[in-house]
Design a protein around this ligand. Structure first.
Ligand code: FAD
Length: 310
């Protein structure tokens, strides 16, 4: 293992924020990932796995322990029903297994090219399979966990285990891994045959929708806050569960603390204007939460995962 020391995490996060990791290692294969986690366990070092860094806010003081940057990359067809037609696989149903470090977009493009339906709405989701399993990432009403049949993990004793879909306890912005903090090694997806052209067209629409509604290209971690509850939505009679709707209605677009700004394009995005610190973002988050509580009586909860302490 090539362990580096004092590595700035800002360059590994979409927010471009975060202090130094005491130790940092890149895992290119599943074996690397297992070795790195076992090393941390045996050395009694705090550790966490960083996927794409698109859903984290790392503190200005960084992380006292080992950060394992997950670059594992294998995607394979684990099993299928169907036959061979004109020298090509004619898949009716397939199980695709992806390492946790594979980018969600690479996996989705692979399934689209194979004419497999299920993940097409998610094209454009930043980050890795591991990060998307951890938070059960969503797009509109589709959840990343919907087609997962099995997740392979490494537990805190360094042992490999498997979870079924039900055992993952997938819910909106949640999986059991929030609680267990086990390391996700790979995930298997059960997908059925679809029309390749139609699937690509749905996927392309999803990407277009993102680029017309999100401030892409500016440093952020996507939506800062989770959707509001159904009870709050009904009480307020608002047309959407999006926290961004309330933030917009409260006139908070453009609100700023230091270099952290509520986006003008999408009110649920907080942008780093290039000069922000993580403390700026946290202070802006607190301000937005207080204003929404005062105006609507709604307690917003962060979707973005905080790493380290400021
Ligand atoms: C522009 C933009 C748009 C976005 N759009 C969406 C969207 O439409 N829907 C949505 O749900 N999210 C969205 N996000 C948030 C983010 O992209 C997703 O949550 C993504 O799935 C996170 O993956 P990641 O690999 O970047 O996770 P990271 O940010 O690297 O990590 C997030 C958490 O997952 C944990 N984790 C990561 N890998 C593993 C692993 N192998 N084992 C155990 N734990 C792990 C980390 O430790 C951390 O706690 C968006 C973000 C951006 C910047």
């Amino acid at each position: 293992m090539n362990i580096q020391t004092k590595v700035p995490l800002a360059k590994h996060t979409y927010f471009k924020l975060g202090g130094i990791a005491d130790q940092f290692v890149e895992a290119k294969t599943k074996d690397d990932l297992i070795e790195a986690v076992r090393y941390a366990i045996e050395s009694k070092l705090p550790y966490f796995v960083l996927g794409g860094g698109s859903n984290v806010l790392v503190s200005d003081t960084g992380f006292r322990g080992l950060v394992i940057k997950n670059r594992t990359s294998s995607v394979k067809l684990k099993g299928f029903a169907g036959g061979v037609e004109k020298g090509r696989l004619d898949l009716k149903e397939a199980i695709v297994e992806a390492d946790s470090g594979v980018t969600a977009n690479y996996l989705i493009r692979y399934t689209l090219d194979e004419g497999l339906a299920g993940l097409e709405d998610m094209l454009g989701l930043p980050g890795t399979v591991g990060g998307a399993v951890y938070n059960n990432s969503h797009h509109l009403d589709k959840l990343f966990g919907d087609h997962i049949i099995e997740v392979e993990i490494l537990d805190h004793a360094g042992k490999i285990k498997k979870y079924t879909n039900a055992e993952c306890q997938f819910a909106y912005d949640y999986s059991i891994f929030h609680k267990t903090k086990e390391v996700i090694l790979s995930a298997s997806f059960q997908l059925s045959r679809g029309d390749k052209t139609a699937l690509w067209s749905i996927a392309t629409e999803a990407v277009k929708r993102r680029s017309s509604t999100q401030p892409l290209g500016l440093p952020s971690s996507g939506c800062m806050f989770k959707n509001i509850s159904l009870a709050d939505r009904m009480r307020l009679g608002v047309p959407t569960a999006s926290a961004g709707y309330l933030i917009d209605k409260a006139g908070l677009k453009g609100l700023r603390v230091g270099g952290a700004v509520v986006s003008d394009v999408h009110a649920n995005f907080i942008i780093n204007d290039g000069t922000a610190t993580s403390s700026d973002v946290l202070a802006l988050v607190d301000t937005v939460k207080q204003k929404i509580k005062d105006k609507f009586g709604v307690s917003l909860a962060e979707e973005v995962i905080k790493i380290g302490t400021n």
